[in-house]
Ligand binder design. Sequence first.
Ligand SMILES: C[S@@+](CC[C@H](N)C(=O)[O-])C[C@H]1O[C@@H](n2cnc3c(N)ncnc32)[C@H](O)[C@@H]1O
Length: 195
Amino acid sequence: MDSRSYQDHFFKKAKTSGYRSRSAFKLIELNSKFKFLKNSIKLLDVGSFPGGWSQVAAKTIKNGKILSIDKKKIEEIKDVKFIMGDFLEKKSKTSIIEYFNSNIDVILSDMASNTTGNKSLDCIRTNQLCLDILDFSKQTLSTKGVVVSKLFMGEDFEEIKIRAKKYFKKIDFFKPNSSRDESRETYIHCSGLST
Ligand SMILES: C[S@@+](CC[C@H](N)C(=O)[O-])C[C@H]1O[C@@H](n2cnc3c(N)ncnc32)[C@H](O)[C@@H]1O
């Protein structure tokens, strides 16, 4: 299947299965590989608009606590609390910490900065978001917690790897089949928080 048909395939699949985005399938694949969506967990979904990942999380997790945040408002999802805001702002982080009131089990980030047309700049900006997620996770994740974050292969990749290795005992990179081949997008999965 060429890249365009592949995209169409996941777009149609999203429509028929009721997911708001093709991205939903990336989370399904990530979870099939790493198995982090479990019942009764506290999960944070950062950069959640339009809500595909939150839909998958709500469908998979029973008796959990799910918080999703984005700069853009999402339509309501049952069993998901939404905060509209910029994750980089201190007040958003304070709201997240207050909402959970204890450590978080799973932090997901599919954040991507707005595309500028300059691939190198887009890559740097998105990877800075990933670094910010790692720093936030270091402070808020439970000892057995897991972080999954989008990043772009390219500039700042080494910095992400170094920081992740400093904070976590185990790190893996995984590119889901539903992520377009030509895209530099990939995901980092980190577990085993170093104390
Ligand atoms: C690829 S989309 C996420 C798709 C989503 N995972 C889904 O399944 O529907 C990336 C999102 O990251 C959000 N984003 C980028 N920077 C952000 C920031 N600083 N704070 C909050 N959201 C941000 C964008 O608004 C955009 O909606």
